[in-house]
Write a protein that binds this ligand. Structure first.
Ligand code: ASP
Length: 717
């Protein structure tokens, strides 16, 4: 692949980059995308976007926590990300009396900013192409398994070497199915404090009803600040830490966006699978996703019923609800998008043309002409395993008591041969974990969803992948999952706080006996064993084989169409996407505009529906028309859409205009457009961003937090 890219560039062939599509590697911008970006309107040099010699845009873009993007917007380390990315942190500081989720939170000064243990912010220091270092000397003739053993050792050595003598962290990621490797060096900060968040009725306005939808009116932002030691280096939390002085902070444009404007997004898209074959996409969209959607629907129904019981319950379960519903709704969107764009058929047509091209080759040393048959054979074996893997993971992750069970076992066994002091501490930890768990309300949900989860799992997987405990359901419980679960819950010590805490006061021998015979432990153990021995192992070796085939497939695509540049699938490394501000046609005769305004919030208001409550203060500002400079004509802009190819993980990403100034915060995609994770379609795939002017408006006019505005660098018209 690399060599093909090289050839292309030398030959000065005009490259074909499809509109809006692609998440590009920053290291290759200059050679692959720059010309096209300039033609589309960009007015920056490649070095202003990515450079290791001078401060560039990449220095202001961070990984926020474990799965979002954020960006630095002040010389004092102020950072903006999405409200949904900061949600669990805001929730952790909330109580029924002091509910920052409901009422919003604005620190009155730096001294009032709230610490968030466990939260980190990660800066990208540099990227290096290490393909040759990784691959040289590894013979092509090695089996996939031996090859992967050699690779793991080599990657770990190179990663260590890259950061020797520094406080940095590093990671090498594979691109194009192992055709290329890039090293990423990071600097990680661990003292990150909450500065401000609007009330949920702004930050999550539209809630799950509007999530993954356009038109949208969500003020999806929250503000944090990075703190460092006195030397400006990362340091663990300390009241003595000082605001971090970043290499670069973003300039904010208040000029707004027009239809057709160039936009680009820098951030961390998590995962895409653009090059899947039609068989693979069919398997995902018609088998795995529908079953997972059904599993989550059960959990959401249970959570909704609990939340409806009162404010305490709402607060207790809302984080889980948000966490569960996000992917659930997206999966529904993907299945719709696959249908709407006819993505499977388009892939089939492409595969036919690939076959035809390969059959006509005079010489086919790579074996392109048999590639599709090879894929077909592997997918016939892979499909039942893939679906089981997916549903098994969903099952295990949905049932929270399994996490308590799992921890209890590891904690208990780790303390058996340890010192008295260690034992005491481990027991204390187990007690604390138990107390937190029983207080969390998880059991109510677990007990309610388990029977349905079992039924869905059983109905969609082959009997050979059913854990052993399934064998008892027909003989002992007449096939009734509900009765089975009731029995398990009645007998387990993990379903009763008194029994659980009492057990921990007993002798280690007694605890051991009780743990290994506990029905929930047995369920969890059977399930994990089935997954580990019957599913993961086999899937692993097929995955390696598929990786090899896909590598070949990409090389084939490049050879078949040498002017088309293929971008690498997302792998949670920093990428750049570019496109333009544009609306779309969601269905026949309907045309969606590219922006929404505060008027839409007022129109959507419904005091009876939690998702559509509007804070009094916002209504007051609206009726006084006290909009300040944050207007477009006489309206306050709220969100806009554009054709930037983004994915999960791009939440919180900066959206830039042609000059590299911040115009928006990416937070979502349109529903059917989520098919872009598998097959980007420029006619309907749009990313949804919060207009930065709405952020400023909320901070200024709704929160009255002017001291925050004073820190920002604004570029007026
Ligand atoms: N809303 C998404 C997220 O939660 C962003 C996206 O997938 O476009 O990460």
């Amino acid at each position: 692949m690399k060599y093909l890219l090289g050839l292309l560039m030398c030959a000065n062939v005009l490259v074909d980059i499809r509109a809006g599509e692609g998440m590009w590697n920053l290291l290759l911008l200059d050679s692959l995308n720059y010309k096209d970006m300039q033609e589309k309107g960009l007015r920056l040099s490649p070095e202003e976007i990515y450079s290791i010699n001078q401060a560039s845009l990449k220095d202001a873009v961070v990984i926020f926590g474990g799965g979002c993007t954020g960006e630095v917007i002040s010389p004092d380390g102020l950072l903006i990300t999405n409200h949904h990315c900061g949600y669990s942190r805001i929730q952790s500081h909330s109580t029924v009396e002091k509910n920052h989720l409901a009422d919003g939170f604005w620190a009155g000064s730096k001294a009032e900013e709230l610490a968030n243990p466990g939260l980190s912010v990660t800066f990208l220091v540099r990227i290096e192409d290490v393909t040759t270092k990784v691959l040289s000397g590894i013979p092509d003739t090695l089996s996939e398994e031996d090859r992967s053993v050699q690779l793991v050792a080599r990657l770990s050595r190179l990663q260590k070497e890259a950061i020797a003598g520094t406080h940095y962290e590093s990671e090498i990621k594979s691109f194009y199915f192992g055709r290329e490797y890039y090293l990423f060096v990071y600097e990680v900060f661990h003292d990150v404090r909450l500065v401000g968040a609007p009330p949920e009725a702004i930050g999550r306005f539209g809630g799950d009803t509007d999530n993954w939808m356009w038109p949208r009116h969500t003020g999806d932002f929250s503000l944090f600040r990075i703190y460092a030691g006195k030397d400006n280096n990362p340091a663990p939390y300390s009241p003595d830490n000082v605001p971090y002085k970043p290499k670069k902070h973003l300039t904010i444009s208040v000029s707004g966006v027009k239809e057709g404007d160039f936009t680009m997004v820098l951030g961390y898209p998590g995962r895409t699978d653009e090059y899947l074959t039609s068989d693979a996409l069919r398997m995902i969209s018609q088998k795995s996703l529908p079953a997972k959607i059904e599993m989550r629907t059960m959990r959401l129904n249970a959570l909704e019923d609990e939340m409806a019981k009162g404010p305490e319950e709402r607060l207790r379960y809302s984080g889980r609800y948000v966490g569960t519903s996000n992917a659930w709704k997206k999966w529904i969107g993907v299945t719709k998008g696959v249908e709407r764009t006819d993505a499977v058929r388009k892939k089939e047509l492409f595969e036919d043309s690939f076959d035809a091209w390969a059959d006509d080759l005079l010489q086919d040393d790579a074996g392109y002409s048999v590639l599709m048959d090879e894929f077909e054979k592997i997918y016939a074996l892979y499909e039942p395993l893939y679906v089981t893997n997916d549903l098994g993971n969903e099952f295990l992750n949905s049932v929270e008591v399994f996490s308590l069970v799992n921890h209890a076992q590891t904690d208990f066994y780790s303390m058996l041969d340890s010192s008295e002091q260690y034992k005491k501490e481990a027991l204390q930890k187990m007690k604390q974990r138990g107390a937190d768990f029983f207080r969390s309300g998880a059991l109510t949900i677990d007990q309610r969803i388990l029977p349905s989860l079992m039924a869905i799992y059983a109905g969609n997987t082959l009997p050979q992948y059913h854990p052993e405990f399934f064998d008892r359901i027909i003989p002992d419980f007449g096939g009734n999952y509900q009765a089975f679960i009731e029995n398990v819950f009645n007998q387990s010590v993990f379903t009763d706080s008194v029994k659980y805490l009492r057990l921990l006061d007993k002798s280690p021998q007694y605890i051991r006996k009780k743990i290994i015979t506990d029905p929930l432990v047995i369920m969890h153990r059977d399930f994990s064993r089935t997954m580990a021995f019957d599913v993961y192992r086999k899937t692993d070796s097929l995955n390696r084989e598929l990786n090899r085939l896909y590598g070949k497939y990409l090389s084939g695509m490049m050879a078949m169409n040498p002017t088309r540049i293929l971008y690498p699938d997302a792998n949670f490394t920093m990428r750049l996407a570019y496109g333009r501000v544009e609306g779309y046609e969601p269905s026949d005769a309907v045309n969606f505009m590219h922006y929404t305004t505060l008027d839409g919030i007022i129109e959507k208001e419904d005091p009876q529906v939690a998702d559509y409550l509007v804070p009094e203060k916002l209504k007051e500002v609206y009726s006084n028309r006290d909009f300040g400079a944050y207007v477009m004509g006489d309206k306050v802009p709220v969100c806009f859409i554009a054709s930037n190819h983004t994915s999960g993980g791009n939440s919180g990403s900066p959206v830039f205009n042609a000059e590299g100034n911040l115009i928006g915060i990416n937070f979502d995609r349109n529903w059917e457009g989520t098919v872009s994770d598998y097959a980007y379609d420029p006619s309907i795939c749009r990313n949804i961003s919060l207009d930065i002017r709405y952020v400023l408006f909320v901070i200024d006019k709704v929160a009255d937090a002017d001291w925050i505005l004073d820190e920002l660098t604004l570029k007026k018209k």
